[in-house]
Design a protein around this ligand. Structure first.
Ligand SMILES: [Zn+2]
Length: 194
């Protein structure tokens, strides 16, 4: 369905980084396929001068989420490495607000709104409705959408703009159900009006 973006809208792009795309150290299947979709939303958001927020995992080398410290994940998105860079085809404008998370070696942050100041920043920017996409649907996108809904934003998850890592089969679908139950709208085929 065609969606016209308006004042009060914002785009939230979660962790669209090389390590989460095919070839990366924690690749989400088809993770790179969301890039052209999100580029269309970026274009539409820019035309209407809407805020764009992009979160990134930005871990120190000894991060608690890494397997060698007993965490669930292989090392990924280590600060200042190629793996931590945004996907090279993502047309993130200079004015996009970048939110780094997971920077404390002893603490992980799946959500872009977990103690990052993003919720306050969005309120300050007059945001009411958040269009979200990125990686991974069942991990950091899930956590960010749940937090944004909890903070009172109207959240729309752009389904074609996200993919699940599905460590356990069905994780992606279960995450969608949780987000729906939290009040988020799951947009099956939304496309922005240019
Ligand atoms: Zn991480």
């Amino acid at each position: 369905m065609a969606e016209r973006l308006e004042q009060g809208d914002a785009l939230l792009i979660v962790d669209l980084q090389n390590d989460f795309c095919p070839g990366g150290s924690l690749a989400v299947p088809e993770g790179d396929q969301v890039v052209p979709v999100l580029n269309r939303w970026i274009e539409a958001a820019r035309e209407t001068r809407l805020p764009i927020y992009a979160s990134r995992d930005w871990h120190p080398e000894n991060h608690v989420s890494f397997a060698d410290r007993g965490g669930p994940w292989p090392p990924h998105c280590v600060q200042d490495t190629q793996g931590a860079a945004f996907h090279p085809d993502l047309k993130l404008p200079e004015e996009a607000v970048v939110i780094s998370k997971g920077t404390d070696p002893d603490r992980d942050q799946y959500s872009a709104l977990d103690d990052t100041g993003l919720g306050a920043r969005m309120r300050q920017d007059g945001v009411r409705r958040v269009w979200a996409g990125g990686l991974a649907q069942d991990v950091c996108v899930r956590a960010s959408v749940l937090d944004a809904a909890e903070e009172g934003f109207e959240v729309h998850l752009i389904l074609p703009a996200t993919r699940a890592v599905d460590v356990n089969p069905g994780d992606g679908d279960r995450a969608l159900e949780e987000m729906r139950e939290a009040g988020a709208v799951i947009e099956q085929d939304a496309e922005p009006v240019q």
